[in-house]
Write a protein that binds this ligand. Structure first.
Ligand code: R5P
Length: 282
């Protein structure tokens, strides 16, 4: 068994390979003069683990090219972050179901798919091969322990993330809640924990994805107004679109933490061990 990866997931792939006590196949990446992507894989094994997050269109194409370059092997695909997963239905007539398009495309040439905190589990059904999802919620909880916060409140930014917050909080039996939006007037909205008070407490807002950071930045401003002592933000997938990280830090958030499903300098939690565990089970 060997590991092979896209350009954007090199560090995570190396950690996965280490955990599996194997090596990463060398791949030469370049472009044709017209901008088309090209790659050439080194020596592949009969059993290959393809590791790559879809973080942009190039990484999606690289994954498809890798699966084809390894077409004499049995391939398992690890998809730590799957862009397009949020367009999981036709919200308006005329739209595509983009998650289905990507899942179908990435099912070609692989026998199994492993995702990490996929935005919507229903998307797993769109793969043409067996697909399973693993969660880093417990690992985020373990990381939060290292912050040594006294009695932190774990907060989901919305009701949809409450199960995730509960799993994070279970690392140490912390209290958890979710933010509720109340419209005070045509222009004024208040966000506050549904049941618990943030006053004088350390708050950790947890979510699967931080994209524009808008949700968490607004929440952090309001929680500070409500007397929160300090606020941290932790997510699995640090997308950080268009200056999101800076915007979050500017709100006074003490620290923003993500995993290495998208490799960032604030990736303090690695998905490697969980991925290796899931791969070993087969
Ligand atoms: C939405 O359902 C997701 O779980 C995240 O809450 C969302 O993607 C965050 O987006 P943003 O950072 O742009 O507010």
């Amino acid at each position: 068994m060997k590991v092979i990866c896209t350009e954007q997931s090199q560090v995570l792939a190396t950690q996965v390979a280490r955990a599996l006590k194997t090596t990463v196949v060398d791949v030469k990446y370049s472009r044709f003069p017209d901008g088309e992507l090209y790659l050439m894989a080194g020596e592949i094994d009969d059993e290959m683990i393809i590791v790559g997050s879809v973080v942009d269109n190039d990484s999606l194409v690289q994954l498809m090219l890798l699966a084809d370059a390894c077409d004499r092997a049995t391939n398992r695909l690890v998809l730590p972050y799957m862009a397009y997963a949020r367009q999981d239905k036709r919200f308006k007539a005329g739209e595509p179901i983009s998650s289905r398009v990507v899942a179908r495309a990435l099912s070609q040439g692989v026998s199994e798919v492993i995702t990490v905190n996929i935005h919507e589990k229903e998307v797993l059904k769109s793969f043409a091969v067996p697909a399973q999802n693993i969660s880093l919620a417990k690992d985020i909880g373990t990381y939060i322990k290292t912050l040594r916060l006294a009695n932190p409140l774990i907060l989901a930014p919305d009701e949809g993330a409450i199960a995730f917050a509960e799993q994070v909080a279970s690392a140490e039996g912390w209290e958890f809640d979710h933010l509720e939006k109340t419209r005070l007037s045509g222009v004024e909205v208040r966000m506050a924990p549904r049941q618990l008070s943030a006053k004088s407490r350390s708050v950790v807002i947890v979510d699967d994805i931080i994209s524009t950071g808008g949700t968490i930045a607004t929440a952090a401003g309001m929680l500070y107004e409500q007397g929160a002592k300090d606020i941290f933000a932790a997510c699995v997938h640090g997308v950080f679109t268009g200056g999101a990280y800076n915007r979050l830090m500017a709100t006074g958030i003490r620290d923003v933490i993500c995993s290495d499903t998208i490799e960032r300098s604030c990736s303090r939690i690695s998905a490697a061990d969980r991925i290796a565990q899931a791969l070993r089970k087969r």
